[in-house]
Design a protein around this ligand. Structure first.
Ligand code: SF4
Length: 212
């Protein structure tokens, strides 16, 4: 078995992925609805803040979200694409220095998809961008204890005194993993994916198993 690659943009328009993409959109819709319900419960509204989660180095781990983000990216005007890719290159330079320990303070840099405070791909943004901010829990696979998160600094300042209202991410993670598994099986996508949004803008290949 040899590993080959296919273009992520060709997968983004691959007809056999149509139903998987629809299911991903349904899953995103479920996340957004539960998030909105919980935010309303706390009376918490994200209006932008100093902590800004778009400055956080989030890694995304599914090829399905990579393909989906690129599907949205393909719909941006060429000038916006070029500018975002330029920001992504600069982002990755700073990230590489930070991760090699040359840059001192913890990595904080605006996501290349954020333009003047607005997400260029809001409807296409990955799962973690949708779930970040409010207190949550999840059950990691193979472990008996649950993990709890207290929410972002803005949430803690505004609503941290309020009792926790259960927001279990586990069903979302499980469903995402199931959709990713189906993508991998149907198109022989292989290997691990660990990408920031910047990686997703500048990298163009998805590894696939090729049998010779
Ligand atoms: S994809 Fe959009 S919401 Fe997510 S970090 Fe980037 S700008 Fe922010």
């Amino acid at each position: 078995m040899t590993v080959s690659t296919v273009s992520v943009d060709s997968l983004a328009i691959e007809p056999s992925l149509k139903y998987l993409i629809t299911e991903l959109e349904e899953l995103y819709g479920q996340m957004d609805r539960l998030y909105a319900q919980k935010s309303a419960h706390y009376g918490f509204e994200c209006t932008g803040c100093r902590e800004n989660c778009c400055l956080t180095r989030f890694y995304h781990h599914t090829f399905l979200e990579y393909i989906y983000l690129r599907k949205g990216f393909a719909g941006l005007p060429a000038s916006k694409q070029a500018a975002a890719r330029q920001r992504a290159e600069a982002y990755l330079d700073v990230l590489a220095k930070s991760e090699s320990g040359q840059n001192g303070p913890p990595f904080r840099r605006m996501c290349p998809l954020n333009e003047s405070g607005w997400c260029l791909l809001y409807a296409w943004r990955p799962m973690i961008c949708r779930l970040h901010g409010i207190p949550h829990e999840f059950a990691p696979p193979g472990r008996s204890n649950r993990v709890y998160g207290e929410g972002c600094a803005e949430f803690i300042a505004a609503c941290g005194h309020l009792p926790y209202s259960p927001f279990d991410r586990t069903p979302f993670y499980v469903r995402m993993s199931e959709l990713e598994g189906r993508l991998r099986k149907s198109l022989a996508v292989s290997g691990k994916s660990k990408k920031t949004n910047a990686h997703m803008l500048v990298q163009d290949e998805v590894p696939v198993d090729a049998v010779y």
